[in-house]
Design a protein. Structure first.
Length: 238
């Protein structure tokens, strides 16, 4: 029929490609933040229930709210900002998931914990540290997470990996209100990216994926040092 393009039915859902959402939900007053960082909130500005024409929220958040990435500019004035990152490193990237759920509060993750994964460490790979600490999200214990040794981080960089993620507030140890910043300087100093506050990494381990892929895509925030992401993993071998 001229003038009326035929509508195609959407493809059926593909249960073979079930994704694991590695992102914490953003809920008012439930999102832990580093000392002094903005708190998260979403409040209705226009409200259907109050007679407005539509629902519209005003969001308040920081560049490091919830599950998010740190760009090099977070620690380095000359470093890349979020809008300058190589998205190929963050989109459908092969993931190395290290099971560290035996680690306790403030316990160090050193090279011996990671070295068995050396064969998979290469440029383009994403290293994910599964401590299981996301179970403490929104509790005081969340700050007492295991942390990555700076020398181990250096060796990971030496293997060509440039994206390191974890299910904790930081890859560095928290001391009081701040973290030490050591691993931040190593990874961001190499032009790498840090992904913080991931969740469900244990499910990713237990799923036994042969070739897990992840996407960790930031908002296109011009000149910004970090951005919330929607982090998703799926089996790439099918
Ligand atoms: Zn951050």
């Amino acid at each position: 029929m001229p003038g009326t393009p035929a509508r195609q039915a959407p493809p059926p859902p593909d249960s073979e490609r079930a994704a694991i959402d590695l992102t914490h939900p953003l809920v008012n007053d439930k999102v832990p933040a580093c000392h002094g960082h903005p708190c998260y909130s979403a409040r209705l500005t226009f409200n259907l229930a109050a007679g407005d024409f539509a629902n519209v929220h005003t969001l308040t958040l920081g560049s490091h709210t919830g599950t998010h990435i740190d760009a090099p500019y977070h620690f380095f004035l000359q470093g890349r900002t979020v809008d300058q990152l190589d998205l190929a490193l963050l989109c459908a990237a092969p993931a190395i998931v290290v099971d560290l759920r035996h680690k306790r509060a403030h316990e160090r993750i050193d090279w011996a914990d990671l070295s068995r994964h050396v064969p998979a460490m290469r440029p383009g790979a994403v290293l994910l540290l599964c401590t299981g600490w996301s179970r403490h999200w929104s509790t005081p214990q969340y700050r007492d997470h295991p942390f990555l040794d700076a020398d181990a981080a250096r060796r990971v960089m030496d293997m060509g990996v440039r994206v390191v993620g974890m299910d904790t507030l930081s890859p560095d140890e928290m001391t009081g209100d701040e973290d030490t910043g050591e691993v931040h300087r190593v990874v961001l100093g190499e032009g790498g990216v840090i992904v913080e506050n991931l969740t469900r990494l244990g499910e990713l381990v237990d799923a036994g994926f042969q070739q897990p892929l992840v996407s960790l895509l930031p908002l296109n925030l011009a000149g910004c040092d970090g951005s919330p992401v929607r982090a998703v993993a799926w089996e790439g071998s099918r």
